[in-house]
Design a protein around this ligand. Structure first.
Ligand code: ADP
Ligand code: MG
Length: 255
């Protein structure tokens, strides 16, 4: 009988059932639980396995550089990122409302960490997420354009995910055409889907990154800020702080 059950499980792709039905049946016999309770346990095992697999798939598709969580984030070390506000955002209502989250602050203060943590939370909720740095995005846009599939790229890669995370705006100064393409990304998602964006530059300095184009920069900031939560993280680089604490560097006063 077990061979027939396993064959049925295989043909129906019930992998958790195949793996667990026998143990659960032994337990059920010992505890004298009902047929219905047993059936529920077997089906729940299948459901949890599938939920876990689809979560893993969403994390994989999101292409996070590393997985970070809010539990790992030390809010005391990140002035300007109030725990209550970030936790409110981690409820993800902003994704439902198609609002943006803009994380600003100097290098190393945890912007990318918070952005990834929100993204990971979103995958747990079943949302399709895509993480990409501004530099990689520009490369992909240029490639898509040179291959004559720019529109297709916008529709698939930019509009596809429920949450688009654009990391490190400001490290790469863009050429005019690159800035134009980047603008199209923001315009395309405007009121269509949430963006979580990080930048080391305050808005006043964005123009430098976007080829000195003041009109384009202000039109873009306008769209980003229309429905947005802006979090300005202050303070020292967490990495430097850790290095200091471990005695690798001098104290703050002498550095
Ligand atoms: P940013 O994107 O602002 O340059 P990151 O998010 O990359 O900074 O943070 C740099 C490193 O320090 C990462 O490994 C991150 O996990 C860690 N980090 C930064 N801030 C915190 C914090 N407040 N609590 C815990 N880890 C932090
Ligand atoms: Mg970063």
């Amino acid at each position: 009988m077990s061979e027939r059950i396993e064959a049925l499980c295989t043909s129906l792709s019930l992998h958790a059932v195949a793996h667990q039905y026998a143990n659960l049946a032994d337990e059920a016999a010992k505890k004298e639980i009902s047929y219905l309770d047993y059936l529920e346990q077997v089906l729940s095992a299948e459901a949890s396995l599938r939920a876990e697999r689809s979560r893993q798939m969403l994390v994989k598709l999101a292409t996070f550089p590393v997985v970070k969580t809010l539990e790992q984030f030390d809010f005391d070390a990140a002035p300007g990122a109030p725990k209550a506000r970030v936790q409110e955002l981690s409820g993800l209502a902003f994704i439902e409302r198609r609002e943006n989250v803009i994380l600003l602050g100097p290098s190393g203060v945890g912007k990318t960490h918070v952005a990834i943590a929100l993204g990971v939370r979103a995958t747990e909720r079943g949302y399709k997420v895509r993480f990409i740095t501004a530099a990689d995005l520009v490369l992909q846009l240029e490639k898509a354009r040179s291959e004559g599939r720019f529109e297709q790229y916008l529709n698939r890669a930019i509009l596809g995910p429920r949450l688009l995370i654009l990391d490190e705006i400001g490290y790469l100064p863009m050429q005019k055409e690159q800035a134009d393409m980047f603008f199209q990304v923001v315009a395309k998602r405007y009121e269509q889907g949430s963006i979580v964006l990080t930048s080391n530059l305050s808005f006043g300095d964005w123009q430098e990154t976007f080829a000195g184009n003041a009109a384009l920069t202000s039109a873009m900031i306008d769209r980003l800020l229309h429905h947005a939560h802006v979090i300005q993280i202050r303070g020292d680089s967490y990495r430097l702080r850790q290095a200091r604490q471990s005695g690798l560097l001098g104290t703050k006063q002498d550095s």
